[in-house]
Design a protein around this ligand. Structure first.
Ligand SMILES: [Zn+2]
Length: 1031
């Protein structure tokens, strides 16, 4: 479903304890309309003269590394990624560098330190945030934000993992790229934060006292972020699982920080951690792409030569966890609101430590298949909570679990063990094995990393071994072990291959941790009360002088946070000039033709022999009351069988013949039109040899699937309900944004009906109705099919290279012939919107999500591209400083949807509520008083262009072109918008201040927040919003 969701492109990706293995992320086919642009912009900080073409043949290549202080350790050409990889060692410090050369223009740099924590105070996480707050060469408050503002980078991120921290950047522009690399190197080796306690306080934690008469509270970006994490049952579960599976090594602690432990961290420990572990001897550095390999080493040597060798590599070694002698069982509580329905709110999760040593490539591949097969056999139902195999730590873990009702816990545990046992005895179904193999192989071959740069995905694979001093090349060479494994399965049968593994890894493995999660209605308030008691006691024991000192420190910190960097300092950071920016938007080839009377769009792009296709159906003739049923309709299409095949067989067939098929609705407002654009999209991909199979399967699904299985449909309802409940807690900002949009336009209403609080309510009522009135539901599903899947409302989008496009035409023609033609296609008038009153949605949480929005078109505003420059600038300056830095929220941002005209503000993991709304309301004054020199303006413009020009793989290119076609966006319009962006002036900002006044006066507010904060806000501003309890 596309709703032009709030784009959060302006923020670095920060994935803490991001432990999903790379391959598992891949078979993902759920696209958003414009794929999440991880792209943010960047202004080059440092100009240097750079060779932009790679002088590969220069004699330098042979002796330059030596002269620059590096020993070549090893060189390999790896066919799987068509790259030459050279491993260097820096002679003086022992720093290891992998230099990867190929023809990929999306260049990637990464630097990784081994940073195993020895407690749960969150040092690695706080440090990851803090080193980005200014450095020796770039002494700004926040050079990272400056980078975000004015560059063309395609990826910028920092990640904290349980045993490592890494920093990474990508760009297609060589000059931009090296500037970014320099900023990162300076940040990690020479950050200001180690001499500056205020950064530690801001990013980590501090006591805050706004007035000696008020209470002391905890503040800090990481502190607050982790409070959000510790409110979410799934996060609590996965943290508990990791810690219980690894009680004896570093994984027994939380690298992100437990809010109970974070305030124990001292500044001295923080500094010492940096000094020890952020050292070249403890670093692994990665370069990738089509740039000059010598230039890479030259940049590095400038930094590395400043250090001597250290003992960090010995001190940061991760020790192996010994296997338990017998299984362990633990019980954990998680917070829910009082009075919530506690049915199926328990969770049970079984976790195994697979072996007492790291797996080799062959065992890892075997486990990858086994994982796929086991999850396929076990994950038949509701709300799965285990993630299967996790490869990213030193030793591999396997986990599987469910949300269950209390009385079913034991039964579920037994069922899992019995199922696994019988699989070990009988082996897997041959079709299932073939489907798993094809799925895994397809994703390896397609190498579709989505919005992740390919070079970064490769680095993540390689680092999995490299970080533990093992062979960094091995994880990239999957072809040979894959063939060997396939041959073994073909010769000996899958039972001979997998049964011994199941027995060894699971059935006879005593290292099993069973975790039971119990809902606790009192937990949230107890936790809050004990924090308050602790802080009250602290205050009671402070003298008046202490209090005055704390009050002063609080003010000093806020003053610093709210004072912008001086313009001279900002200017020290050079920028690309507008002359460096292409004047035209990126063009995607499109040919619009016709097959059997149906429009066919073709995009001739190199796709490595994969055909990507979208079959699009018009949804505007659907009856309004059927809208909320659409997501379950889609799920039924993919998850129920046909007359001849049950859903397992159908999905195996999809797995054997294609790279995946998905069905989902797409809606958006269209500028200048009252009616939204709404479609159903069936998306699929296959190797070109399987094009016919792909279209046959799509036809099977949309025409052959039976809506008769009541039991299965009930299961979809409870799965969807569990997913929505999870979303409400983990992504309250998305729920709030959907709710606001539903109050402002029809497309927003549709989106909320299919994925917001209204949808959750619909699911709750449907759960009862499905027992009483299944026939009616079943015939509604048939009605949706009859209305949507007709030839008259159809459009086809194809992306592949020219030859494969031509070859696919006959299969498309056959597919279209089989579609029904009859349709009484009259457009339904969806005249629906939620009342535009402000609303507070109460959920069990410790943090809030605060949103406010208005439709600018309704205030008479006419779209101009400058709106994007302005909203980005507001996010990066005003909201960043007030909502994030001094407010303590994880994020605060605004967005302008030029289709609907909705301008919206949103905060994420926010400790405040009314205070944040005041910041939003201050935007008008901020713009009115804004002073901005040319340098700052140029950076804001370049940053916006960077968003427009984000780097995409071919499937996304073809898809974006389709979306533009559906929404009627012409090339002239794109060109005009670009020119408007490029010519944005300060006067545009001033004029926009008036627009921001309308949001202050007439904006709609929706917050997803805790009962306590809503209560307090309600006392302060009675009748300000309606209160609605969810969960
Ligand atoms: Zn963080």
């Amino acid at each position: 479903m596309l709703r032009a969701a709030l784009r959060r492109s302006s923020l670095p990706a920060r994935l803490h304890s991001h432990r999903r293995s790379f391959l598992r992320q891949h078979p993902r086919l759920i696209p958003t309309a414009e794929p999440p642009p991880l792209n943010a912009h960047f202004r080059p900080l440092f100009t240097r003269s750079v060779a932009t073409s790679a002088p590969q043949s220069s004699p330098d290549v042979y002796d330059a590394p030596e002269k620059l202080g590096f020993d070549k350790v090893s060189e390999q050409f790896i066919e799987e990624c068509k790259s030459t990889l050279v491993l260097f060692k820096h002679k003086k410090t022992g720093a290891q560098v992998m230099s990867v050369s190929n023809d990929d223009e999306n260049k990637v740099f990464g630097i990784v330190f081994r940073t195993p924590p020895k407690d749960s105070t969150g040092i690695p996480h706080i440090l990851e945030h803090s080193v980005l707050c200014g450095s020796r060469k770039y002494p700004l408050k926040d050079p990272f934000v400056q980078l975000l503002k004015g560059s063309l980078h395609t990826f910028l991120g920092a990640f904290t993992h349980p045993d490592r921290t890494f920093y990474t950047v990508a760009s297609t522009n060589a000059k931009d790229f090296y500037n970014l690399v320099d900023v990162y190197l300076d940040a990690v080796f020479f950050p200001k934060c180690v001499e500056d306690i205020q950064t530690f306080q801001q990013e980590g934690w501090h006591h805050e006292l706004n007035d000696p008469s008020e209470d002391i509270t905890y503040k800090g970006v990481v502190f607050n972020e982790m409070k959000g994490v510790y409110s979410q049952p799934h996060d609590i579960l996965s943290k508990s699982a990791q810690q219980a599976v690894f009680p004896d090594n570093t994984y027994g602690f939380d690298c992100g920080g437990d809010p109970l432990d974070i305030p124990k961290l001292t500044f001295a420990e923080f500094k010492e951690f940096h000094l020890k572990f952020y050292h070249p001897s403890n670093a692994r550095i990665w370069f990738y792409g089509d740039d000059d390999p010598i230039e890479r080493l030259r940049i590095l040597s400038e930094y590395l030569d400043m250090f001597d060798v250290s003992t960090a590599p010995e001190e940061s070694i991760v020790k192996l966890q010994k296997l338990f002698l017998k299984p362990v069982r633990i019980v954990k509580k998680y917070p829910v609101t009082e009075g919530g329905v506690l049915k199926k709110k328990h969770m049970v999760c079984l976790n195994w430590l697979i072996s007492d040593e790291p797996l080799d490539m062959e065992s890892k591949l075997a486990l990858l298949f086994l994982d796929h097969l086991l999850l396929g056999s076990l994950n038949s139902g509701e709300c799965n909570v285990g993630g299967g195999a996790e490869y990213e730590l030193l030793q591999t873990q396997f986990s599987i679990g469910w949300c269950v009702s209390k009385e079913n816990i034991k039964r579920v545990e037994d069922l899992v063990m019995d199922t696994i046992k019988s699989l070990a005895e009988t082996g897997f179904d041959t079709d299932a094995v073939e489907a798993s193999m094809n799925t895994v192989e397809f994703s390896l071959r397609e190498n579709n990393t989505g919005s992740f740069p390919r070079g970064l995905a490769l680095m993540l694979q390689s680092i999995g071994k490299w970080i533990y001093d093992m062979d960094p090349f091995e994880p990239l060479k999957y072809q040979k072990p894959l063939l060997a494994l396939k041959a073994r399965i073909a010769e000996e049968g899958n039972k001979a291959v997998f049964s011994p593994l199941i027995e060894k890894y699971i059935l006879n493995n005593p290292h099993r941790v069973t975790i039971e999660m119990q809902p606790d209605a009192e937990k949230a308030s107890c936790d809050e009360a004990s924090e308050k008691t602790f802080l009250d006691e602290l205050k009671a024991n402070m003298t008046e002088a202490d209090l005055a000192k704390l009050d002063h420190a609080t003010r000093q910190l806020r003053l610093r946070q709210e004072t912008p960097d001086p313009p001279e300092a900002l200017k020290s950071v050079p920028s690309l000039s507008l002359q460096d920016i292409p004047k035209k938007p990126i063009q995607i080839p499109i040919k619009i033709g016709d097959i059997n009377g149906v429009k066919v769009l073709q995009h001739d792009l190199f796709t490595n022999d994969v055909l990507y296709s979208e079959v699009v159906f018009d949804m505007s003739s659907l009856k309004q009351e059927l809208v909320p049923l659409v997501p379950l309709f889609c799920q039924s299409l993919m998850g129920t069988g046909t007359k001849d095949m049950d859903f397992v067989q159908l999905n195996q067939l999809i797995g054997r013949k294609t790279g995946g098929i998905s069905v989902y609705p797409f809606t958006s407002s269209v500028r200048g039109k009252a009616d939204p654009c709404s479609h159903m999209i069936v998306r699929g991909k296959a190797m070109s040899g399987h094009t016919e199979d792909l279209f046959n399967l799509i036809n099977h699904i949309i025409q052959g699937v039976q809506f008769t299985d009541q039991k299965r449909f009930k299961r979809f309802i409870s799965m969807s309900k569990a997913r929505m409940e999870y979303q409400l807690q983990a992504s309250g900002h998305k729920i709030a944004a959907a709710r606001i949009e539903a109050k402002l336009n029809v497309a927003g209403w549709i989106g909320e009906q299919m994925g917001g609080v209204s949808y959750l309510e619909f699911l709750q009522s449907l759960e009862e109705k499905v027992n009483l009135n299944w026939n009616e539901i079943s015939s509604s599903l048939e009605e949706i099919r009859r209305t949507l899947f007709t030839k008259s409302g159809c459009l086809i989008n194809l992306t592949a290279d020219g030859k494969n496009l031509t070859n696919s035409e006959k299969h498309v023609g056959k597919f279209l012939d089989l579609l029904p033609t009859s349709s009484s296609a009259k457009s339904e008038i969806w005249n629906a919107q939620l009342p535009s009153t402000s609303e507070a949605i109460v959920i069990p949480t410790q943090v809030n999500y605060v949103g406010k929005a208005v439709n600018l078109y309704e205030t008479g505003y006419e779209f101009n591209g400058s709106a994007h420059v302005i909203s980005k600038h507001i996010s990066n300056t005003w909201l960043w400083d007030r909502v994030r830095v001094s407010g303590g929220a994880y994020e605060g941002y605004c967005d302008f949807d030029d289709h609907s005209g909705v301008f919206s503000f949103m905060s994420h993991c926010d400790p405040n509520l009314l205070k944040t709304l005041n910041v939003y309301d201050g935007t008008s004054d901020f713009l009115r008083e804004l002073e901005m020199d040319d340098d700052a303006l140029t950076k804001a413009i370049i940053g916006t262009i960077g968003d427009e020009d984000s780097y995409h793989l071919p499937d996304v290119k073809g898809y974006s072109s389709l979306v533009r076609y559906l929404m009627g966006i012409e090339e002239e319009e794109r060109q005009k918008r670009r020119e408007e962006i490029l010519s944005t002036s300060l006067a545009d900002f001033k004029e926009f201040a008036e627009r921001m006044k309308s949001i202050k006066d007439n904006g709609v507010v929706v917050v997803v927040a805790s009962a306590k904060d809503v209560d307090n806000a309600h006392k302060e501003r009675p009748n300000f919003f309606e209160i609605k309890k969810a969960l």
